[in-house]
Write a protein that binds this ligand. Sequence first.
Ligand SMILES: Nc1nc2c(c(=O)[nH]1)N[C@H]1C(S)=C(S)[C@@H](COP(=O)(O)O)O[C@H]1N2
Ligand SMILES: [Mo]
Length: 416
Amino acid sequence: MVKLLDRLRKGYGRKLVMLHAWNGWIVVALAVTGLILLGGFWREILGEGRVWIKEIHIVVGIGSLVPVLYYLLLAGKHWKQLRDKPWQRFNVLFVLALLVGWLASGVLLWQFRAVGPRWSNPALTVHDLLTWIGLPYIIYHSITRTQWLKEPNRRTVSSGRRPAQEELHPASMPQPFYTRRSFIRGSIAAGLAVLIGPSFLKWIGKSLGGSIGGNSMEQLLESDSNDLVPAPLPLAASSPPIGGGSSGHFRVYTVTPIPSFDNNNWSFTVDGLVEKKLQFTWEQFVKLKRKVQVSDFHCVTGWSVYHNTWEGIPLRTLLAEAGVKSEAQYIKFYSGDGVYTDALSLEQVKVQMSDVMVAVMHDGKPIPSDLGGPVRLIVPQMYAYKSVKWLVRIELIADSHVGYWEQRGYSNDAWV
Ligand SMILES: Nc1nc2c(c(=O)[nH]1)N[C@H]1C(S)=C(S)[C@@H](COP(=O)(O)O)O[C@H]1N2
Ligand SMILES: [Mo]
């Protein structure tokens, strides 16, 4: 064992350089895949590829443990070497802390099913926060460490001989306060701040509950592209909401452009293996008797919105109204986006879940188009990919149906 450690420590300088390079590439791979996973934008384009990218991100993320552990073997020597370089020592500690933080929160997110939302929610916040801090830092670090910026004087030395340290920074000669190098570094830092700053502030604002950058639910309601009249009037239990108002923020997820509906292009259907097919116009649909319930909303990627007050029609009521035929085993849900579908078994709805709801209002307000309005499904006891947005059709079927994300690798078992 001791021999092995010795051998690993040999060729130390070369190994540090190699480690640094490996670590760099790992960070690049994680940054690219991570940013794709973060951006709602890519959901629309990637589909199944997104699940692959998630797998790659997880595997590479776990793999990042290897250079970290390897470095720790060499760390003692390296640390002594950096005795007079406090800035480089800080850099080492900072990058190590980043990697370990990313790794720990990443493992919790990966194992969201085992740990539940109580752990995966804070893990996502930490993972995002480290990204906002760490990525600009690492980009800055890698740009300013390129040879050209690191040793600008070197290019002015005409001979091929590598100049001695004293020649580069003669102690006797006072360095001008604004060197070209510090100017370029400053510009890069400023550029990064301008590029990343606004999104960072927006994220902070959201994480702290909308105190900075406006309340996003209000913005979503304001930018509602649906135009359905009359607007639904909230029941007393919705206004003010008995849940006391939701806490947390919905991330707007969609695999298509956000569809818009009005009285002419919206209708709601319950069909398939039913005694009586139901079809509603909006005017008819808003007259249906609604109920109010409070529930939490959990996405598999780690975020949740707590105690939402939903107002709508219990799925069981609609099924009873249509009369389910005995051959029916499953319920298939269609989104008005024309692409997204999901399914529940009839058994799950009839026996296990009385709270599956065809929701029309959230916290006493119409559901904005970004969040699946005018009507979306809510399945509180399952992960939110079951909660089909822009719900327009419910079909009773005999054979199982594999939903949009389940076809692309999500678990068919979505119980929270
Ligand atoms: N039509 C449709 N419904 C959908 C989705 C979607 O992309 N399209 N995404 C699902 C997923 S994965 C989640 S987490 C929730 C997100 O709901 P929100 O966009 O209102 O936050 O909607 C679910 N329903
Ligand atoms: Mo989700």
